[in-house]
Design a protein around this ligand. Structure first.
Ligand code: AP5
Ligand code: MG
Length: 216
């Protein structure tokens, strides 16, 4: 199964991707997690990316295209993949099509999670993530079993630096101006499925599984 989880910041892409990894055993490829890992490890890529990420701007396309090209060629993607946070521009989507043609892995579906803006802000401002594995929690809606500790890997959870109020509004604007138009791009290709993302986490998961079951 080759799929994209799509939607604005805070839509629940990362949350659902982690659950789908557990259920289907295919890898999650989160460009946000990859970039944050580079920032944490102090790589040159991390240094470049941090300036964009902290402001809520997109990291340049050529950087992201290079990352995705290498990642999709790794052996674990042979059985499928869940893209989370990529593509975000038409140029990234076009590049993806070329890469997937090359490795002969056509996309099965784009799952577009729809959530009202007010809810997105509420979700992002309360979010905490794991420093190690990137799992998402929420101070109210999705608390870890033990305060400050990731349920999955036991590492520390923290607030992302781009979840500050001043970056959040910019991220939502960037989504609207540069990323949202991909909905129409994939609709025209006939592989877009839009789902109500403003439901309980497990309800959204069930809706996703129904869509994916029809593809299997
Ligand atoms: P990225 O990490 O991808 O962030 P994002 O797209 O802004 O999306 P989020 O991670 O904020 O939201 P999400 O949909 O994953 O929501 P989550 O599941 O965590 O990118 C960060 C930055 O990296 C970008 O701004 C950019 O600079 C750069 N970047 C990354 N990819 C790039 C690319 N391709 N091109 C260029 N630049 C790129 O959920 C949010 C919160 O809500 C959590 O607290 C969660 O617990 C809670 N929640 C989830 N679902 C529910 C629910 N159903 N009900 C209640 N609460 C819920
Ligand atoms: Mg995410």
């Amino acid at each position: 199964m080759n799929l994209i989880l799509f939607g604005p910041p805070g839509a629940g892409k990362g949350t659902q991707a982690k659950k789908l990894v557990d259920f289907y055993g295919i890898p999650q490829i989160s460009t946000g997690d990859i970039l944050r890992a580079n920032v944490r490890e102090g790589t040159e890529l991390g240094f470049v990316a941090k300036a964009y990420m902290d402001k809520g701007d997109l990291v340049p396309d050529e950087v992201l295209i290079g990352i995705i090209k290498n990642r999709l060629k790794e052996p674990d993607c042979k059985i499928g993949f869940i893209l989370d946070g990529y593509p975000r521009t038409v140029s990234q989507a076009n590049a993806l099509e070329v890469i997937l043609d090359e490795i002969n892995k056509p996309l099965d579906v784009i799952l577009n999670l729809e959530v009202p803006n007010k809810k997105l802000i509420e979700r992002i401002s309360g979010r905490l993530i794991c420093r190690n594995c990137g799992a998402s929690y929420h101070r109210i809606f999705n608390q870890p079993k033990k305060e400050g500790i990731c349920d999955i890997c036991g590492d520390e959870i923290y607030q992302r630096s781009d979840d500050k109020e001043e970056s959040v509004q910019n991220r939502l604007n960037v989504y609207k101006m540069q990323t949202q138009l991909l909905i129409d791009y994939y609709f025209k290709k006939g592989i877009l499925v839009t789902l109500e993302g403003n439901k309980e986490i497990d309800e959204v998961l069930e809706d996703i599984k129904v869509v994916l079951a029809k593809l299997a």
